[in-house]
Design a protein around this ligand. Structure first.
Ligand code: IP8
Length: 252
């Protein structure tokens, strides 16, 4: 049976966060060839924004919504992350994958920063017809705030549930969820609070590792586990071998 997998690429693994929309094309080429080498998988690819979107979202204070003076931030932020999305799609297409960019701004709606609607019928159809949808964290219209930032991790959780995928993987620039410098092989809600990660400071407008694990724990409580691993281990994750990272699991 063909598996459907959600694979998220963290923004910091495909951009240089210290630059202004500095895309790591060499890394993208390696990831695309890793994915192209695996056949018989339906992959929904989602990527973060890194330096193509977070600086704009912060400059226009979009994490706090629209205030009458920052409306232009919707266009600026969306345009920045779309530049990255084009680069991801190009890298995949260069490897012969029929990839297509799908932009949440046009298909999703938030309320107070949380995704409340996101069309998925067309994503199922794309998969059915051999197209790999490539989505990304984005600015979306928001019923309460006017506009807000929806992270790639929120999209991962939403799509994994809505499309009922068999596996969820998040490729990051660290080998997994770290506690005292060591990878935690498994984390659930209890271990999350015990580890101190829950109280750490956010590193970007959508919450860094803390935000990621919080999204995935909510997904795990609905019965869908996910995996966080280093970007160099994408092949291992897709092959169902040991990725050396962290499994985010429901509480027992
Ligand atoms: O990098 C953020 O998505 P993330 C999206 O997955 C924007 O947190 C536009 C800042």
């Amino acid at each position: 049976m063909t598996e459907t997998v959600v694979l998220k690429l963290g923004g910091s693994v495909i951009t240089d966060k210290s630059g202004a929309c500095a895309i790591d094309h060499a890394r993208l080429e390696r990831i695309a060839s890793d994915i192209a080498a695996r056949e018989g998988l339906f992959v929904i690819l989602i990527h973060g924004a890194g330096s193509c979107g977070h600086p704009e979202a912060r400059r226009f204070r979009l994490d706090r919504g629209l205030d009458g003076e920052n409306t232009a931030g919707i266009y600026r932020t969306h345009a920045a992350v779309c530049r990255l999305n084009d680069a991801v799609v190009d890298a995949l297409r260069n490897e012969g994958i029929e990839a297509l960019g799908v932009h949440p701004l046009g298909m999703a709606l938030a309320d107070d920063g949380r995704l409340v609607r996101c069309e998925t019928a067309h994503i199922r159809l794309m998969l059915k017809h051999g197209v790999m949808p490539v989505l990304h964290g984005d600015v979306v219209m928001d019923l309460t705030r006017g506009a807000s930032i929806v992270s790639g991790d929120q999209l991962v959780a939403h799509l994994a549930e809505a499309v009922q995928v068999s596996r969820v993987g998040l490729a990051t620039d660290v080998p997994g969820v770290l506690c005292g410098g060591t990878v935690m092989p498994r984390i659930d809600r209890n271990a999350f609070f015990a580890s101190g990660i829950a109280g750490s400071q956010a590193t970007d407008v959508t919450g860094g590792m803390k935000g990621k694990v919080a999204e995935l724990l909510a997904l795990a409580e609905k019965g869908i586990e996910s995996n966080i691993f280093h970007v160099s281990r994408i092949g291992a994750f897709l092959d169902l071998t040991d990725h050396g990272g962290t499994v985010v699991a429901g509480s027992r």
